[in-house]
Design a protein around this ligand. Sequence first.
Ligand code: HEM
Length: 109
Amino acid sequence: MAEGIEVPDFIGGKTIHPYSDFLLDDIGTGDNIPQAAKPEYLDPSTANKFRTAPLWGLRFRSWMMHDGKSVTYHQAIERHAGEAVKARDRYEHLTPVQKGQLQAFLNSL
Ligand code: HEM
C-alpha cells in the first residue's frame, strides 16, 4: 500500500467478489493513452491498454465494454476475442436455458 494511505475500518478487511482480473489488456483502442491514476505513475507500456471492468454491479450499467457499444450481455460476450475466445465459444454452445441462467447470474452480481 502507498505510504500515508490508511483504509478506515468501515471499508477495510471486507471480502468482496468484483469478478474482474483487473488486468490491463490491449483491446485494440489504438488510443495511445497510458493508464495511471496519478501522472507520476504513467508507464508508456500501458498505452493502448484498458483495465477490465469488474462484472460486479453489471445490472446497473446500460452500456458495456470500453466503448460502451454493447447494450446487452449477449453483445458484450460476443465481442470477446484473444484470450477470451474460449469463453465466448463455450457461451455460444450453451442452450437457451443455460444462457438464461448465465444472464440471471450476471444480474445477481
Ligand atoms: C463466462 C465468462 C465471461 C462472461 C460472462 C464475461 C462477460 C463480460 C462482460 C458482460 C463484459 C463487459 C463489462 C463492462 O463493460 O461493464 C466483459 C468485459 C471484458 N471481459 Fe469478459 N466475460 C467472460 C470471460 C472472460 C474471459 C475468460 C476473459 C479473458 C481472459 C475476459 C476478458 C474481458 C475483457 C478484457 C473485458 C473488457 C473489454 C472491453 O472493455 O472492451 N472475459 N466480460
